[in-house]
Design a protein around this ligand. Sequence first.
Ligand code: SF4
Length: 364
Amino acid sequence: MPSLPKFPPRALSSFRRRLLAWFRANQRDLPWRRRRDPYRIWLSEVMLQQTRVAAVLPYYGRFLRRFPTVRVLGRAPLNDVLKHWAGLGYYSRARNLHAAAKVIVARHGGRFPRDHRAALELPGIGGYTAAAILSIAYGQPLAALDGNVARVLARLGAVRGDLRVPSRWHRLGQIAQELLAVRAPGEWNQAMMELGATVCTPRAPRCQACPVSHWCRAYALGIVNELPAKRVKRAPKRMSIAAAVLLDPRKRTLLVKNPGRQDGVLFSRMWQFPAVEVKTNPAEELAQHLQDSFGLRKEPLRALPGASHSVTYRQVVLLPFLARVERLPKKPGARAIPLGTIRAIPISSATRKIAAAAQQYVRS
Ligand code: SF4
């Protein structure tokens, strides 16, 4: 089970002082660090899940301009929220954020709850996010353990093995809590994350510039680049999805919502083109799907340029096809919109790629 060097109390104080001083002098100037508003901190923590800081920055500003408070967010239509999230990915985050805003307005007077249990009950809030928000916004002594922090701890303690094994992750959480500077928990959590993001990076950590190298076991043993151990990755799943851009004489196209499990993952449960996973003959299989699901006669399908798309462990080849039809089929859960206005509604980046291929063709 992982451990860290047992710090005598004075050494632990020096360790904490050194890291906090480094953070105060070197932290990046990020917009969510300028104010202690729990809503802004919450929003940043959600946007930063699985997403790089540089990718989040433009979305963060735009989102706050449109939804400056929890109340405004809670009142807004979900579609509007998704539209401001479009392109950032992992759309369940936006749905949960919106649902949690409603709960916060209804049960907590419009302010993110201070109570740990109440925070954990909100949609989309797990242990890490709750600890990060409550420590930074309210100074609560909760250590936040994410991938960056786990990597720092693993190197400090020369911890071997896959860090995501539940018992090991749990122990790392306990260690993070033991190290926490309880007088400045928010700053401490951010300092640990900042160290992991800028110095103790996954590849080529800058140990020469590290404020806590003196206490680092991996550095002393010369095994920094061996830690943490590589995760046992799920084998990538390759798949091909054929999608139909139906176009009527008024250049309107058909979009559908939540048609199937596979599609839900790929198209983030947003409006999408009719699509089906294909194996050997994409045009034929798609035509069959259009007939079975929409009652369309087997129309000639024109292949458009394909695109690749990755979602978690899935590597998807998108195969768009264009079909000109006299009339778009009518069906519950389907809507017709002008192809040229598709960007005005919330769609996933996979749907964007398909729409772009079709628009390119229609224009040329
Ligand atoms: Fe990470 Fe190197 Fe610092 Fe150790 S000395 S914590 S490996 S940057």
